[in-house]
Every structure is written in structure tokens, then in C-alpha cells.
Design a protein around this ligand. Structure first.
Ligand code: ZN
Length: 143
């Protein structure tokens, strides 16, 4: 195995075993979003707190495979502290990377870059996407 793959796997396993920002808030700014991935058994809920255009907190809870649970943890660490605009831009870039679409390589994905290889495993793309898609949903203001 390539050295970089070993490093990436270590980051994923670390976040899987020691998830950051796990556990839900009582008062998310907009809404909680729950997404399930029946083919794998992933079931994840994401919440966020936004203040003055800054993502102050992101929480996740649920169960799933190592790719899904670790990506929720990495997502929270990557996006907390960013502006809402930057957080959405990073999310879009990440999702494009996963699905083999063109993406802006100048956008700093931080640890989320470890999921780059997932695009070679179509069955796992959803696992690595759902926490990020749920995060996008948490920012939608209720009409
Ligand atoms: Zn999964």
C-alpha cells in the first residue's frame, strides 16, 4: 500500500474511534437533518449553530460504517469556525471531488482530503457524502 494511503487510513480510523463533536445540541440554529443510507446501514443526524455568518458549532450523531462516521467527525472539524459561505464552498468542493466532478483544487479541504480515494469505490461514495449533505441541509433557513 502507498504511504499516503496508510496515512489517510490512519486519519479515518482515528476519527472513527475518537469522533469529534459527537452528540446533539438542544438548540441548533436552523434544523436537524437526518440522512440514512440503507445500502450500508448508515444513519446520521447533523446540526449546526451559526452566528453572524460564522459556523460556530457542528454536531453529529448516529451509527454507520467507518467511512460514514469518520467523515462526519472530519466534516465537523474542517468546517467549524469557517464563514457560512466558505463552509458551503468547501462542502461543494468535497462532494465534487468524491463524485469525480471537476472541483477547485485551490480550496483547502484540510483532513477531508483523505476521502479522495473513495471515488474509486462507488458503493462508498454515499457513505462519505451523507454527513456533508446533511450539513448543507442544516443551513437552510425554514420558510
Ligand atoms: Zn457506510
Amino acid at each position: 500500500m502507498h504511504d499516503l494511503d496508510v496515512l489517510y487510513r490512519q486519519v479515518i480510523m482515528d476519527h472513527y474511534k475518537n469522533p469529534r463533536n459527537k452528540g446533539l445540541l438542544n438548540d441548533p440554529t436552523y434544523k436537524s437533518i437526518r440522512i440514512k443510507n440503507p445500502t450500508c446501514g448508515d444513519d446520521i443526524t447533523v446540526q449546526s449553530k451559526v452566528d453572524n455568518g460564522i459556523v460556530k458549532d457542528i454536531r453529529h450523531d448516529g451509527t454507520g460504517c467507518s467511512i460514514c462516521c469518520s467523515s462526519a467527525s472530519v466534516m465537523s472539524e474542517t468546517l467549524i469556525g469557517k464563514t457560512k459561505k466558505d463552509a458551503l464552498n468547501i462542502t461543494e468542493t468535497y462532494l465534487n471531488m468524491l463524485t469525480n466532478k471537476e472541483y477547485d483544487e485551490s480550496v483547502e479541504l484540510e483532513d477531508a482530503v483523505v476521502y479522495r480515494g473513495v471515488n474509486k469505490f462507488p458503493a462508498r461514495i454515499k457513505c462519505a457524502s451523507i454527513a456533508w449533505k446533511a450539513f448543507e441541509g442544516t443551513l437552510e433557513e425554514s420558510e
